[in-house]
Design a binder for this molecule. Structure first.
Ligand SMILES: CC(C)(COP(=O)(O)OP(=O)(O)OC[C@H]1O[C@@H](n2cnc3c(N)ncnc32)[C@H](O)[C@@H]1OP(=O)(O)O)[C@@H](O)C(=O)NCCC(=O)NCCS
Length: 170
């Protein structure tokens, strides 16, 4: 569906509260995915402030239609960059806003001469992986494997994906 009259523009100081809320919505998605309400702590939105301080306002863009409803950031390190974060307000997902935000981040990465543009969704976030794949992220980079060493941890994980013929949970 085409997102009517949505503007993608650079972050401005007046967007702070909206962006904190979008960061909190991103954390909420991860809480849902993992069934863990402790993810992100008591005030997850304030991590946006740390991100802003780290990457600078010039590397953050928002989607606006009357109010801010989406956020994308670009972490640039040499010839590599990572799209982080990307979030659309829960009630506005599936309407093409994420695609517009991602296109803007990709265009900015082109402009500053980035060679490798990465995204690092958690493996359980199948919807985000579908979104990125659809947008053209078709190459696999570094893969992080891990063990859960807690007693009785097996039940916490879902059957996941096959990679090079090996089965992984996520
Ligand atoms: C991931 C996210 C940013 C996508 O934004 P969005 O506005 O919902 O996505 P769009 O509507 O622009 O979708 C673009 C395309 O991505 C794919 N896509 C999007 N959501 C999808 C889903 N839930 N399942 C499968 N494919 C999906 C589709 O191909 C879609 O195109 P189509 O609508 O023409 O079929 C948004 O869903 C979000 O904020 N999720 C929660 C936060 C999050 O998980 N962020 C990523 C962390 S790395």
């Amino acid at each position: 569906m085409a997102p009517d009259a949505v503007t993608i523009r650079p972050y401005q100081p007046g967007d702070l509260e909206s962006c904190r809320a979008l960061w909190a919505a991103l954390v909420q998605r991860h809480r849902q995915l993992y069934g863990d309400p402790s993810i992100g702590g008591d005030a997850p939105g304030v991590y946006f402030d740390q991100h802003l301080a780290r990457i600078g306002a010039g590397r953050i863009w928002v989607a606006e239609r009357g109010e801010v409803m989406g956020l994308v950031g670009l972490i640039v390190e040499g010839e590599e960059a990572e799209v982080e974060p990307i979030a659309v307000a829960a009630g506005e997902r599936g309407r093409g806003i994420g695609r517009l935000l991602l296109e803007r981040a990709i265009a900015e990465a082109h402009t500053i001469g980035v060679r490798f543009l990465n995204v690092r969704p958690v493996a359980r976030n199948a919807e985000a992986i579908a979104f990125f794949h659809e947008a053209g992220f078709r190459l696999l980079g570094r893969i992080e494997l891990f063990m859960d060493l807690r007693d009785g941890a097996q039940g916490a994980w879902r059957p996941g994906a096959d990679l090079f013929g090996h089965r992984f949970g996520c």
